[in-house]
Write a protein that binds this ligand. Structure first.
Ligand code: PBG
Length: 327
């Protein structure tokens, strides 16, 4: 008769080598995407106080940092622009000489052969009121007027060379309108990475500093209520029907259930965005010596991958990619 306990799961945890062999989830630099900020009108990169280690880049420092990221092996770069001047309709977003569009062209020229260059297809960085769209006479965000600008923005970014456009504004119909506009302009090969389930989250706080956002109030009339998971699947159906190539959940670590639901409901690649506040919480706790920073970064990214995201947007992308290459 065999001794108790008859089954010993600890055997497969007994050495680093065996743990490595039986691991169910592996992080891969190729699935990591680095979000980057480029700011108009500065001649030195600027630190972002609430995101230690993350910079607002000049056009030149952006190119150098993009090369560094590609050398570390990241799978992609997501670009955000911070314009010097803003207006009610975010017109710098659609101008060829707008900061994001020139930066896309710079980065594509530098590393466009080796990595996927993505761009933020949203107006909030460009509007003087900080909302993700244009406003109606009562101060609400006008969905359909915004879509017209999004269409032009997608085409401007594709013309600058972006491989993928990421509409993050949560307007109804944004994927369909952008797909149609891109196709009509001959950009059939430019993909859409859809922010499918984007929640109205306090975790975007540090990002507002990163893009010098003018927003007063919140985005609850267009971003999703954190209480709702089924609603994400409704958004998923719409984005798939409208032509999304990749679907994304954002933020990541507080919405692991949604990542899992989306993974199970679609055959498209699923991405998740570990947002600014998720980054800052880790940095702040680590700076106080309260947590082991590297272990926590790995554990968080592993959880996001385990939930079902094969693509992770993270401000830790370069550091983690380097570490994975060295291990
Ligand atoms: C909107 C946008 C935001 C983020 C990405 N795209 C801010 C918002 O919705 O308020 C947040 C990303 C982050 O917090 O890291 N253009």
């Amino acid at each position: 008769m065999s001794q108790f306990p008859s089954s010993r799961p600890r055997r497969l945890r007994s050495s680093r080598a065996v743990r490595r062999l039986v691991t169910e989830t592996r992080l891969d630099p190729a699935g990591l995407v680095l979000p980057m900020f480029v700011r108009e009108g500065i001649d030195q990169p600027q630190p972002i106080t609430s995101m230690p280690g993350v910079l607002q880049h000049t056009r030149d420092s952006l190119k150098r940092a993009a090369v560094e990221a590609v050398e570390a092996g990241v799978g992609g770069i997501m670009l955000f622009g911070v314009p010097a001047e803003r207006d009610a309709t975010g017109s710098a977003a659609v101008r060829e000489d707008g900061v994001l569009n020139v930066a896309i062209a710079d980065v594509v020229a530098e590393v466009g052969e080796q990595t996927v260059v993505m761009s933020d297809g949203c107006l909030d960085e460009f509007t003087d009121h900080g909302h993700c769209g244009v406003l109606d006479e009562r101060g609400g965000v006008d969905n359909d007027e915004t879509l017209k600008v999004y269409a032009d923005m997608a085409v401007a970014q594709a013309a600058a060379g972006a491989h993928m456009v990421g509409p993050s504004g949560m307007m109804d119909g944004q994927i369909g309108v952008m797909r149609e506009a891109l196709d009509a302009a001959g950009h059939q090969d430019v993909s859409l990475i859809a922010y499918t389930a984007k929640y109205a989250s306090a975790l975007y706080g540090p990002f507002r500093e990163a893009v010098d956002s003018k927003l007063k109030g919140d985005r609850r009339t267009y971003q999703q209520d954190p209480a709702n998971a089924r609603e994400a699947l409704r958004e998923l159906e719409l984005d798939v029907a409208e032509g999304a190539d990749i679907v994304m959940v954002k933020p990541a670590s507080t919405y692991l259930d949604v990542i899992r639901d989306v993974r199970e409901a679609t055959h498209l690649p699923v991405a998740a965005y570990q947002v600014s506040g998720e980054y800052s919480m880790i940095e702040a706790a680590a700076a106080n010596g309260w947590l082991d920073r590297e272990r926590l970064v790995d554990e968080q990214l592993m959880a996001i991958a385990r939930a079902g995201a094969s693509i992770i947007l993270t401000y830790f992308a370069v550091e983690v990619a380097q570490r994975l290459q060295d291990s």
